[in-house]
Design a protein around this ligand. Structure first.
Ligand SMILES: [Zn+2]
Length: 299
């Protein structure tokens, strides 16, 4: 009897040890799992809450030359986020509040930019030179509404005149069969105003819709391009350098490839726009357009 009691005692003891073991193991597993979940939640929460601009705080800006960061606009300023496109035209009397001439060593002819943009661009080009790229100049910067009107109308007159036959742009825009039916077969050798305007709109901005009126953008060109802005610029060293470094000075590629539906403009590897370093960094790191950055891509 005493032996039986002893055995029952052992069995109860072992059962208790087993219970405690299972209990403790379960407790630890449970707290571990709970802890992980809490951590994940915290991560998700912080990701959700974090302003995308926070990522910018971790960006380290490295420059080869002696860049004067004092003159770069490192913060964000609404003034430099001005949108000018086909859906958001500028008024005919819009002009930058202060304009500065660019140093003559950096331009193909006299060019002006909004003053802080001019200062940032000068730093950008100093750095480009420090990196060994010395064949690149600014060929176009600020353009007034009146100047854009002049250019636009001159292009229309040229297309209407068809001095050397239909232009390449007219063929691309209107099509060979349309031109043959509407003009050649009828013995006509000049385009109508409406057709000329359609053609010009494929390569020139209607007054008010050109970003050059903001004084915040430039067109770059290399010496060997003979004054012609074409996508050949994409093959230049300057283009690669700008793709990697322009944002560090507050500039973005304004009309990227594949974003024509959003910007309303064909790809222009030479056209860079100043938005300030903070906005440029965010746009660059996230592969955005200005329209997307401003949340106005559908307007
Ligand atoms: Zn341009």
């Amino acid at each position: 009897m005493r032996k039986n009691n002893f055995l029952v005692g052992i069995a109860v003891f072992l059962f208790c040890v087993l219970l405690i073991y299972v209990g403790v193991t379960f407790y630890f597993e449970w707290t571990k799992k709970d802890g992980t979940e809490t951590e994940t939640d915290a991560d998700t929460e912080s990701e959700r809450d974090s302003d995308p601009t926070d990522t910018q705080e971790t960006v380290v800006y490295e420059y080869v030359g002696a860049v004067d960061e004092e003159v770069l606009m490192t913060g964000k300023d609404e003034k430099y986020l001005l949108l000018a496109n086909k859906r958001h035209p500028l008024r005919s009397d819009y002009a930058p509040s202060q304009l500065s001439f660019l140093p003559e060593t950096l331009v193909t002819k006299d060019e002006q930019l909004e003053s802080r943009t001019a200062a940032a661009l000068t730093e950008l080009m100093k750095e480009m030179h420090a990196c060994g790229i010395t064949d690149t100049l600014v060929t176009s910067a600020y353009r007034s509404y009146e100047r854009q009107c002049e250019l636009f109308n001159r292009y229309i007159q040229t297309e209407i005149a068809c001095v050397n036959g239909f232009s390449e742009e007219a063929l691309a825009c209107l099509g060979y069969s349309y031109l043959r039916e509407q003009y050649t077969n009828k013995g006509l050798h000049t385009l109508s105003y409406e057709d000329a305007r359609r053609v010009v709109l494929t390569y020139s901005a209607e007054p008010g819709t050109s970003e050059h009126q903001t004084g915040l953008c430039v067109d770059f060109i290399t010496e060997d391009m003979n004054g012609h802005l074409t996508t050949v610029f994409e093959e230049k060293e300057a283009f690669d350098w700008l793709s990697e470094n322009a944002y560090k000075f507050g500039f973005i590629l304004r009309y990227p490839k594949g974003k024509e539906g959003i910007t309303g403009y064909t790809y222009e590897p030479w056209h860079y726009r100043f938005v300030g370093r903070e906005a440029a960094t965010e746009i660059h790191l996230n592969g955005l357009t200005l329209e997307e950055y401003l949340g106005l891509e559908n307007e």
